[in-house]
Design a protein around this ligand. Structure first.
Ligand code: DQA
Length: 144
């Protein structure tokens, strides 16, 4: 089983970025925890962060052999038809994750270009959301 984890713009700053909203956990902490969960399940978990939309699109386009994608598109959630189209093009099931509860913030964060085509969406649970998304992805991959 192979799972690709994608993190969008500014998530490289986790730990110091608005800690009241996003907590003190760093992206490296999250990625190493996800790798550990993958190892325990005998799966390969590959994590990638970029601030550039085209790099995320490129990674998705290379993901044909991946069983599932876990993605926190960050600000691109609310803007990116390109990420939506890339995910639809490869046809790999994906789970959308947000650390914060996007429904309890500015109104523009309530709309996602991805949610209606996602296998599932997890919001507001902090880093635990990534772990839950990975568990779901692993279970789903085992089933098919
Ligand atoms: C986020 C929510 C987005 O609205 C925001 O632009 C982010 C992070 C989250 O994980 O809560 O950068 O995706």
């Amino acid at each position: 089983t192979r799972v690709l984890v994608l993190h969008g713009p500014n998530l490289n700053l986790l730990g110091s970025r608005e800690p009241g909203l996003y907590g003190h956990t760093t992206l490296a902490d999250i990625d190493s925890r996800l790798a550990e969960i993958g190892r325990e399940a005998g799966a390969t978990v590959e994590c990638f962060q970029s601030n550039a939309e085209h790099e995320l699109v490129a990674r998705i386009q290379q993901a044909e052999a991946v069983d599932a994608i876990v993605i926190n598109p960050a600000a691109f959630t609310h803007t990116s038809v390109a990420l939506r189209d890339a995910l639809l093009a490869v046809g790999v099931p994906f789970i959308e994750v947000h650390l914060s509860n996007v429904h309890a913030r500015e109104p523009f964060r309530r709309h996602s270009y991805l949610s209606d085509v996602a296998a599932g969406v997890i919001v507001g649970l902090g880093p635990l959301g990534y772990e839950l998304a990975l568990q779901a992805a692993l279970q789903q991959a085992k089933r098919d």
